[in-house]
Design a protein around this ligand. Structure first.
Ligand SMILES: Nc1ncnc2c1ncn2[C@@H]1O[C@H](COP(=O)(O)OP(=O)(O)OP(=O)(O)O)[C@@H](O)[C@H]1O
Length: 262
């Protein structure tokens, strides 16, 4: 097997049922997926189809009620303890009383990195997200897009080779989102990380991904997996090409089919 084809996340028949006061909620049913090293995988689907739950399951923030999941050959729980991934939430979640550098430093402090190692890592990740020079600022001094870049820097600081991102740009306007999409692709190409990315946006999923996982609700399941033939180098205007429009159409069809049994 070529190194590029090594599966880093493997899900087999994952089921997850939440017990609620109103009865069981089948958030995931029979989810099978292999994510290879260096892939950029987007999860798209209507509200409630289990995108966040699946990402949280990979990160051992939820425990499946059935099936098996491995991350870097470990259980999700072992992978979490081995710090196999960074996790980026929808809201930047930066502490207002800490500077940007201080926010990035916090998990590193908890993990016991030395002061000089922390300083070196903070400088490197700020550079990666193009925020060099902003380390001394407080979150409220930065725009929403810059704050989200800072939260990505925080997730990158301990060098995990997997990055899990739950709709990180959902709250941003389209122009800022375009810029961050470009920056994220650039970062992905530079670092070779494996990325799992939740989105509601078809163009965002098609622009970013090597693989698009279309999900459908009740119960949450994968209805279609689309491997993108687009090159890894993607200027924004690739969105006007027939190939891009064809893939976007395929995703839209997948979403429609997933709704067929509603
Ligand atoms: N902790 C929980 N307890 C009970 N039900 C939950 C819990 N977390 C999620 N659910 C339910 O599981 C289903 C899947 O939710 P999930 O948040 O994963 O969907 P999603 O596709 O990410 O939705 P959205 O796009 O709105 O974020 C939903 O019906 C949701 O209400």
């Amino acid at each position: 097997m070529k190194p590029a084809e090594k599966s880093v996340i493997t899900a087999n028949a994952i089921d997850l049922t939440f017990q609620t006061a109103d009865g069981p909620v089948h958030a995931l049913k029979g989810v099978d997926l292999a994510i290879n090293q260096g892939e950029f995988v987007s999860f798209i689907g209507p509200s409630g189809c289990g995108k966040t739950t699946f990402l949280r399951t990979i990160a051992a923030l939820e425990t499946p009620t059935g099936g098996t999941l491995t991350v870097n050959g470990m259980t999700a729980d072992e992978a979490r303890r081995a710090r196999a991934y960074g996790y980026v939430f929808q809201a930047p979640g930066l502490y207002s009383w800490r500077t940007i550098a201080g926010n990035i430093s916090l998990p590193l402090e908890i993990m016991g990195f030395s002061r000089s190692d922390r300083a070196e890592r903070i400088a490197r990740v700020l550079d990666l997200v193009e925020l060099s020079g902003f380390g001394g600022k407080f979150p409220w001094q930065l725009s929403g897009g810059m704050q989200q870049r800072a939260s990505i820097a925080r997730a990158l600081a301990f060098d995990a080779d997997i990055l899990l991102m739950d709709e990180p740009f959902g709250a941003l306007d389209e122009i800022v989102r375009d810029r961050l999409n470009e920056a994220l692709l650039e970062l992905w190409r530079k670092t070779g990380k494996t990325i799992g990315f939740v989105t509601h946006s078809i163009p965002e999923a098609v622009y970013l991904s090597t693989k698009i996982v279309v999900m459908s609700p009740r119960p949450g399941r994968i209805s279609k997996i689309i491997d993108s033939p687009l090159p890894r180098e993607r200027p924004l205007d690739i969105r006007d090409t027939p190939e891009f429009i064809r893939i976007a159409h395929e995703v839209r069809e997948g979403l429609r089919e997933g709704h067929g049994d509603d």
